[in-house]
Design a protein around this ligand. Sequence first.
Ligand SMILES: Nc1ncnc2c1ncn2[C@@H]1O[C@H](COP(=O)(O)OP(=O)(O)O)[C@@H](O)[C@H]1O
Ligand SMILES: [Mg+2]
Length: 230
Amino acid sequence: MDKTMYAIEVEKLTKIYGKGETAVTAIADATLQVKPGELVALLGPSGSGKTTLLTSIGLINEPTHGKVVIDGAMVADEGWLPGLDLKRLRREKLGFIFQAHNLIPFLTALENVMIALEINNLSRFEARERATILLSSLNLGHRLDSYPKALSGGEAQRVAIARALANKPKVILADEPTAALDTENGKNVMALLKSLAVENQSAVLVVTHDHRMVEGFDRIFHVSDGRLVD
Ligand SMILES: Nc1ncnc2c1ncn2[C@@H]1O[C@H](COP(=O)(O)OP(=O)(O)O)[C@@H](O)[C@H]1O
Ligand SMILES: [Mg+2]
């Protein structure tokens, strides 16, 4: 396959925290590729290195060794490439969904999504319109003016997903997005990620240690003690 067809390419990624005697190798020699439209799981026990791998791909945790290519652009080769605007790349290419939804408590559901669009230079008017459509499509049309504390866990996670997807990122990275949800809401969130992968042709990489959620993935990688097994 043509290399440029991948949305995420990781080659021999190693992340070592610290130096000398206290150094911890959290991920060793990880290699994986994800195509646009593909939904891929990283499955493994706590402490196996899943978050480290996800954040290294997500431009927030500098890899110690190896290469990372996002949407055809090399971003890391033995550390970040010099001169990269990491913030801008994150904003333009990536959508992040965290376990704790990280909504801004003093903004409404609508404003939490609008802010992601305004950061990418949409006008307030356009941001309001797009955020409203997106939240409505996630069955949150009746919750636009609700504050995070008034939302259920499933609703808050859907707002966070709307925010991560607002800019139609090429790459969506989700760290245990269903961990705080009951089975039904967890399944809804997974179904949503699946349909978005297909509709937007985004590459979606989901970290989970929840075996209930493994249906529907195109591929599953197991992470064990910092090693990746297809
Ligand atoms: N900032 C850090 N500094 C030092 N060690 C860390 C740091 N973050 C994670 N680790 C260690 O790296 C290993 C993998 O952690 P992590 O990537 O969070 O695993 P997971 O997400 O699978 O639970 C663990 O041994 C953890 O203690
Ligand atoms: Mg983790």
